[in-house]
Design a protein around this ligand. Structure first.
Ligand SMILES: NC(=O)C1=CN([C@@H]2O[C@H](COP(=O)(O)OP(=O)(O)OC[C@H]3O[C@@H](n4cnc5c(N)ncnc54)[C@H](O)[C@@H]3O)[C@@H](O)[C@H]2O)C=CC1
Ligand SMILES: O=C(O)C(=O)CO
Length: 319
């Protein structure tokens, strides 16, 4: 009997075909409707394995999936999964580290550059026929090269952002991390500081810390009030690391100069969010790792992990 595999993700055709040859696959590109949800729940009742992302795996779903052996998440962040419940059931959780590090760090720099040069605002002006009003000094942004870069959470993605800043833009790097990282300090001529010092000192602050009970709400008004006149905050980790309502208020009041966000407290971002009406924020729809090559590599790694667990061997990247 072939194992049953539920997939909730777009896959490139060759990979889907390979998986369909090996398994009984029920495939959703995403769960769009109540009908999809009902079909998904029915499929999970029989599933041996799940591959995908953006599915809320609460304890009730785990209970309704009695045969489940492995969740191969197409993401590095695994904050959406109830670890204790998975452990209790012996379900293996895998993720996709490394292969998305560069694409996500690049997205951090897209946001940083767009915010620094107010590129979204300028682009909107050109499109609305207001070329000349973008040439006034009150519309100018700020320099990037040589400015101090502050990283919150110096893991894989944090280090990739820091490398871009250090080698590409001549930036002094400071960072805050849960554990000490002398090797990073040495390699990037960087300095590890506490969170308050980071917010007081950096010109650009890039949040790349994983979401956990410890980091949830770690950044709010108390930190933003410490920033300098033209500080820019970028969040490419998870929305709930930053207190979104306090961020909005600080942007509205000019306490924080500018922000660039790829992630939000609730996704998709509600169209009625005040963020959408603010000029001093660049908004992306959680596309940190969304390139053709990187998504392909993430799906390959997730599939390898799933194959290995179903074959009774250890996954390449257990979460
Ligand atoms: N925007 C997007 O599309 C993407 C977002 N991500 C997010 O980025 C996160 C980081 O990914 P990686 O760098 O690969 O993970 P990682 O595990 O290498 O790095 C996470 C870092 O956060 C640090 N950290 C944990 N608690 C902290 C605390 N209280 N204070 C300061 N630092 C703390 C850890 O020490 C670690 O260095 C993921 O967990 C995910 O949420 C990842 C990929 C794409
Ligand atoms: O990998 C992750 O954690 C993401 O957010 C999407 O790539």
């Amino acid at each position: 009997m072939k194992p049953n595999v539920v997939i909730v993700h777009e896959l490139y055709p060759e990979l889907l075909k390979t998986l369909e040859q090996q398994y009984n696959v029920v495939h959703f590109t995403r769960l769009n409707s109540d009908a999809d949800r009902a079909d998904f729940n029915a499929a999970m009742a029989e599933a041996d394995a799940f591959l995908g992302s953006n599915v809320k795996f609460d304890e009730a779903l785990i209970e309704r999936s009695p045969r489940l052996k492995v969740i191969a998440s197409v993401s590095v962040g695994v904050d959406a999964y109830p670890r204790e419940a998975l452990k209790a059931r012996g379900i293996v959780l895998t993720n996709t580290p490394e292969v998305l590090t560069d694409a996500t760090a690049d997205t951090g720099f897209v946001l940083l550059m767009m915010a620094a040069r107010r590129a979204g605002e300028m682009e909107r002006k050109v499109r609305s026929g207001n070329w000349s009003t973008s040439l006034m000094s009150q519309d100018f942004g700020v320099d990037v090269t040589g400015k101090t870069l502050g990283i919150v959470g110096m893991g894989r993605i944090g280090q990739a952002v820091a490398k871009r800043g250090h080698f590409g833009f001549d930036m002094p790097v400071i960072f805050q991390n849960r554990s000490s990282k002398p090797e990073v300090e040495a390699a990037l001529d960087a300095r590890q500081v506490d969170l308050d010092t980071l917010f007081e000192t950096a010109d650009f602050i890039v949040v790349t810390a994983a979401l956990s009970d410890e980091t949830r709400g770690m950044i709010g008004r108390a930190q933003l009030e410490r920033t300098r006149e033209k500080t820019i905050l970028i969040n490419i980790s998870r929305g709930p690391v930053v207190r979104e309502q306090e961020l909005i208020e600080c942007l509205q009041e000019g306490v924080l100069y500018y922000a660039g966000l790829d992630v939000y407290e609730r996704e998709p971002l509600d169209p009625s969010s005040p963020l959408i009406g603010l000029d001093n924020v660049v908004l992306l729809p959680h596309i940190g790792s969304s390139t053709v090559e990187t998504r392909g590599a993430m799906c390959d790694l997730a599939a390898d992990n799933l194959n290995r667990v179903l074959a009774g061997t250890s996954p390449l990247t257990p979460a």
